[in-house]
Design a protein around this ligand. Sequence first.
Ligand code: 4AD
Ligand code: MG
Length: 435
Amino acid sequence: MHSIHISDAIKSTGKAVRLSGWIYRKRESGGIIFIVLRDVTGLIQAAVKRDSIDEQSWEMATSASIESSVEVSGIVKEDKRSPTGYELVATSFSNTSISEPFPITEYQSTELLLDKRHLWLRSQKMIGVMKARSYIFRYAREFLDRKGFFEITPPMLTKAGGETGANLFETDFFGTKAYLTESSQLYAEAMVFSLEKVYSFAPSFRAENSRTTKHLAEYWHLEPEMAYYNNKKSMALQERLVSHIASRLANQNQEIIKEFGINRDELLKIKAPFKRVSYEDALKLLNDKGFMLKWGDDFGVEHEKALTEAEEKPIFIYNWPKEIKPFYMPINPSDERTVLCADLQAPKGHGEIIGGSERIWKLDELLERMSEVERTKSTKFNMSNYQWWIDLRRYGSVPHAGFGMGIERVIKWLLNLDHIRDAIPFPRMSNRLEP
Ligand code: 4AD
Ligand code: MG
């Protein structure tokens, strides 16, 4: 007999089935060993009864420890007393591999769970997050693929930063300095002149030493780039992308929603359009709440929280001061202090999930803006590193726009996780490179 999954077994009550999985819980009482078996689809309780099973199966079940991999055959019954609602009455039991004493027991410190991350990934919580993560990747790709985007694959090793350049990881590239990419945007831009609408879905690396609940040193970055789009059109695409992900999650993942105690109706409310607030108005709103921000100040965690704590949907904050945004954003013709861009802030202080903008597409305008940045920015911004990218403006340039979405930020927000590290299987943070 072939093994089937637990989710199929519970649809086969009264029939003989064979299951393969891992021991999640185990206890013995009055000649019966109760084993909660885990596989990718869920949990089921198996009862191994001494007086109705062969000697070898009984011995195997006796010696099986938590997290041992096992095979159990038996008949599935509905059973209200079982913690899983069903019980497999075992007719045969065997160990595939007995587990050494599992180092994770109940009530462990966060640090231990991070040290044992390779094993903690088997917990019900992490299984739920990893499934949701995979689905969110799928929904994002599905949305863009249906809109005619091409997925592209940018390099991870780069000669210069693509963003502020302030937090680059440096490495040696056959004797010259190279950097792990902080954004794939510049490469995505190169490809809109052939494929028109593209996205890259790849890691970005940020050597940010800040120990916050929102920053990873390596995160997965979805970066769409679109020819003939302006910032407004890009924002409309962003809100529809986010709505698509939220509604798919709400409609296709009852189990995950239950696991994380998510309110499905709240997820379904995340529908375009989202509120749009200019930087200037956001500044006023914050100062009305008692902050003392000056024009030109960037927003910190407490400001983001104040702006979004009462919101049910993300909000756009658009047209930021040019001094606090990168070199590729065009000056806003109706207010030359600002650039044509928008950040999308998740509700309830979960932070910025998207940063996007129009791109300067005219050569003379770009050279002027980049020289200005070179003169005024304190970072080691050097125009000579961007000649190939500037070149794109020399050969049939067109207006274009794009944005970057931090996938772990989206997962943290939608699953309401306390910390971004739980949104990725093997987090990389300033104090963690292992496992
Ligand atoms: O706002 P950022 O820095 O924008 C860019 O990199 C643009 N070049 C994107 C583009 O237009 N193609 O980063 C974009 C998003 C942020 O909104 C945030 O969601 C996420 O990336 N992000 C991080 N996520 C986790 N850990 C970090 N350290 C992050 N830094 C940014
Ligand atoms: Mg940003």
